[in-house]
Write a protein that binds this ligand. Structure first.
Ligand code: HEC
Ligand code: HEC
Length: 406
């Protein structure tokens, strides 16, 4: 899926490149051989010295990636729909110290797709966060660098990750920011393997210093070739925050009815591009009955800051978060442990399966007990159909977020 070069391929390329880069050495050898084997008639005509060819400046970035550093892609200033106004930017978890710059996000793209960021060159961030799967992994659990070992949680979709206002990351919110999160999979003993025993991030940085394109890319992004954990985190976070989903069928419909001054900003009106079933599902999602939008907030569908847990297990005390529901239909498993394989199972859970516990949000209770929606089959199907309108083929195919490797 990602065109990533494994170590043998890289070594072969590097060898080929070095051979091609030593023209003067080749010339000298040829001249010496000729002098030794040709009988010398006197006087020998002085051969016109062959001018040493000027070596073509070799860019390792150009060798290994399709990036055009002279014209980096636009990550910093995307064109967003009118309804991505102050009500949405207020939720943005980008720190002022790490606003997106095209060059740094471009470095982030390389880091995100580079299998060499794992100890044995097998796993990239993108192995478990695949663009075509909404930047998640369709498998319930993801395979780590060693193969045969799996993550204990389902991978999370990354679209609209910037709009979860608290900025805390992972299902259980244990990472404080998108930046801080980036080190976790790198150091994880299952995921990418740079554990303390393997030398940690310091060992990764030593490795990266010896990978031809990184000094060049860090200079491009940050002005000098110094590789630090902080710079790795910042670049990855910028690339991830640039993954905005605003081109689903939901977005087309909302753009058509958006009115900043209308109740609920026009969202309650039927969308002209929706089927009657999808509009019915939208109504359920937004209504006090379904109340889904109280936690999964349109138009980003990132989770509300004040959301508590949704009652998957009786007695649950942990406070979980959800990634944005955008691109749900491209994912293959749902909830932190990927327990549901279909959107229909998710809907049935909210309809009849919510369990009581200390972490259960009161929006999912009625009269002090877990609520039961008692939806008809038609309404359940409508809710599922609406959730599928959140799929965003634009984000899942945008070349700016694809592998930059040749
Ligand atoms: C082996 C699979 C795997 C790899 C490799 C991996 N991830 Fe993840 N990622 C996951 C899983 C699983 C979760 C959820 C883990 C949890 O919550 O405990 C996750 C969660 C995340 C989240 C949290 C999203 C949110 O909304 O809270 C971010 C961000 C993320 N990963 C980015 C990255 C980056 C950046 C890399 C590379 C440096 C990476 N991941 C490498 C599997 C992986
Ligand atoms: C109180 C806030 C809240 C409400 C209300 C709520 N949810 Fe959730 N939702 C969550 C949380 C928290 C999670 C993550 C749970 C976990 O995995 O532990 C979640 C997870 C999900 C997921 C899975 C996301 C994924 O990436 O796997 C879907 C789909 C979903 N909710 C849809 C709905 C629908 C549809 C409704 C309305 C019927 C709804 N939610 C109502 C808080 C809420």
């Amino acid at each position: 899926m990602h065109k990533l070069l494994g170590l043998p391929a890289l070594a072969a390329l590097a060898t080929a490149m070095m051979g091609g880069c030593s023209p003067s050495g080749t010339t000298t050898t040829a001249a010496t051989t000729a002098a030794a084997t040709t009988p010398t008639p006197a006087p020998a005509p002085t051969p016109t010295p062959t001018p040493t060819p000027t070596p073509t400046p070799t860019s390792a970035v150009a060798q290994f990636t399709t990036l055009n550093l002279a014209a980096p892609d636009n990550y910093a200033a995307p064109t967003l729909p009118a309804y991505y106004d102050g009500t949405v930017t207020a939720l943005d978890n980008s720190p002022a110290t790490n606003a997106i710059a095209d060059r740094i996000a471009t470095l982030g793209r390389v880091l995100f797709y580079d299998r060499r960021l794992s100890v044995n060159d097998t796993i990239a961030c993108a192995s478990c966060h695949q663009q075509g799967a909404g930047f998640a992994d369709r498998a319930r659990f993801s395979t780590g660098f060693a193969g045969g070992q799996f993550t204990s949680a389902h991978s999370m979709r990354l679209g609209n990750v910037r709009y979860f206002a608290p900025g805390t990351m992972f299902w259980d919110r244990r990472a404080t920011s998108v930046e801080a999160q980036a080190s976790a999979p790198i150091q994880d003993s299952v995921e990418m393997g740079w554990t303390a025993a393997a030398g940690g991030i310091a060992a990764l940085i030593t490795k990266m210093n010896a990978i031809a394109y990184y000094p060049e890319l860090f200079t491009f992004a940050f002005g000098n070739a110094t590789i630090t954990e902080d710079r790795i985190q910042r670049a990855l976070a910028q690339f991830e925050r640039a993954m905005i989903s605003a081109a689903s069928r939901f977005d087309t419909g909302f753009a058509a009815v958006f009115n900043a001054g209308a109740p609920n900003r026009g969202l309650n009106a039927d969308f002209p591009n929706f089927t009657a079933q999808e509009n019915r599902g939208k109504t359920l999602f937004l209504s006090n009955q379904g109340n889904c939008s109280a936690c999964h907030v349109p138009p980003t569908f990132a989770l509300a800051a004040n959301s508590r847990s949704n009652g998957l297990d009786a007695g649950e005390t942990r406070l979980f978060k959800s990634p944005s529901l955008k691109n749900l239909g491209l994912d293959g498993a749902f909830m932190h442990d990927g327990r549901f394989a279909t959107i229909e199972q998710v809907v049935e859970f909210y309809n009849s399966g919510i369990q009581d516990g200390p972490a259960l949000d009161n929006r999912l209770q009625q009269g002090g007990v877990p609520r039961r929606l008692n939806l008809s089959d038609a309404d359940k199907a409508a809710l599922a159909a609406f959730l599928r309108t959140l799929d965003d083929p634009s984000l899942s195919t945008d070349s700016r977020f694809s592998s930059p490797f040749r």
